[in-house]
Design a binder for this molecule. Structure first.
Ligand code: DAH
Length: 340
């Protein structure tokens, strides 16, 4: 056995010394030192040897293993140095060339505006909640007072998922309201921001995927005055000055009364492309939480009142950053994204 180890050592040293490149060296190392290699085999056979023979064989095999690892490492260094020298001596090697610039990513414009909106609301004591993008029909429609045969479903046609349960791609962030009311005891102030989906004809102001912000406040004595004040102060923070707003009646099945809040166009006096020459921009749907929505989520509507609002982040981002086509957001074109 000792002779065999000595012979193995001689062969192995010769093979390593002859390795022509790094890849060949890697193969040789795997052959010699791997789990199926001759050294591993010798070590595994020790228990079956004569007791007297075992210590010497064990020692020799381990010494050889260490030696071969060292010899291989030395050979690797030589081969790497040769490779580098070859690359450097090549004609077009120019060490004075500047390094390739590392490409820096940037935050998506919607993410930037989303963070600004989050900052304003967290400073007003709101918590930020997440909801699933693939949602149960129940939370997206039914619990929001939009039963299966309700005409309001038509305005929010979406992508229905076949198979398991009644799943839809959520059409708005309002389902997070119901999930919150079901699981948290009032009082609370929450917002939820994220992607929503609708089956839309795509044009400069419509895309199949967009982003919304939902707000919900429930407590004792929460009023529509609080709601309007909150939204006006959000706008003032975002635009850096008070903006003129107007409130119109609006129908949303999950609020009563329901409103729409318009903002006087911050870009013009008397009409421009952004406001469609009307001077007003529709900004937000809002209202007082409907007693049926409270009932569906187990909130006592005798004791509590609440307000809710929802607006699109895409349109807000377009207004704040001066972007004229919503389709840019999802196109993944770096020439667009790198501007922000
Ligand atoms: N979910 C509505 C939509 O997508 C927006 C909305 C309107 C949300 C009124 C609300 C609300 O919370 O009170 O059109």
């Amino acid at each position: 056995m000792e002779d065999r180890i000595a012979q193995l050592g001689t062969d192995a040293r010769a093979r390593i010394a002859a390795a022509a490149d790094l890849e060949a060296l890697r193969c040789i190392e795997r052959d010699l030192l791997g789990k199926q290699g001759p050294l591993a085999e010798i070590l595994a056979s020790i228990p079956s040897l004569d007791k007297a023979e075992r210590p010497a064989v064990g020692r020799l095999a381990n010494v050889l293993k260490c030696e071969l690892l060292a010899v291989a490492a030395e050979r690797r260094e030589v081969l790497e140095a040769e490779l580098l020298a070859a690359e450097r001596s090549c004609e077009d090697f120019d060490p004075t060339l500047p390094a390739r610039p590392a490409r820096r990513g940037s935050l998506h414009p919607i993410t930037r505006v989303r963070r600004r909106v989050e900052d304003v609301f967290t400073s007003m004591g709101y918590r930020i909640l997440e909801g699933p993008q693939v949602e149960l029909d129940y939370y997206n429609f039914q619990a929001l007072n939009i039963p299966a045969d309700h005409p309001a479903r038509e305005m929010q046609d979406t992508f229905y998922c076949t198979g398991s349960g009644n799943l839809v791609m959520r059409t708005h962030t309002s389902p997070v309201q119901v999930r919150t009311m079901e699981s948290v005891e009032p009082p609370y102030r929450v917002i939820s921001l994220g992607r929503v989906f609708r089956k839309e004809e795509q044009d400069a102001t419509h895309d199949h995927t967009f982003h919304q912000v939902e707000g919900l406040v429930v407590g004792e004595d929460v009023t529509a005055g609080h709601l309007i004040g909150t939204l006006r102060s959000l706008l003032a923070h975002l635009f850096g000055r008070e903006l003129d707003t107007r409130l119109r009646p609006g129908y949303f099945p999950f609020v009563e009364p329901g409103f729409e809040l318009d903002v006087r166009c911050p870009f013009c006096e008397g009409g421009c492309r952004v406001c469609g020459r009307t001077s007003w921009i529709e900004f937000c749907g809002l209202g007082m939480v409907h007693p049926r929505v409270f009932a569906a989520s187990g909130v006592d509507s005798e004791r509590y009142t609440g307000f809710a609002f929802g607006f699109g982040l895409d349109r807000l981002t377009m207004m704040l950053l001066g972007i004229d086509d919503v389709r840019h957001f999802m196109a993944g074109d770096l020439r667009f994204l790198e501007q922000f």
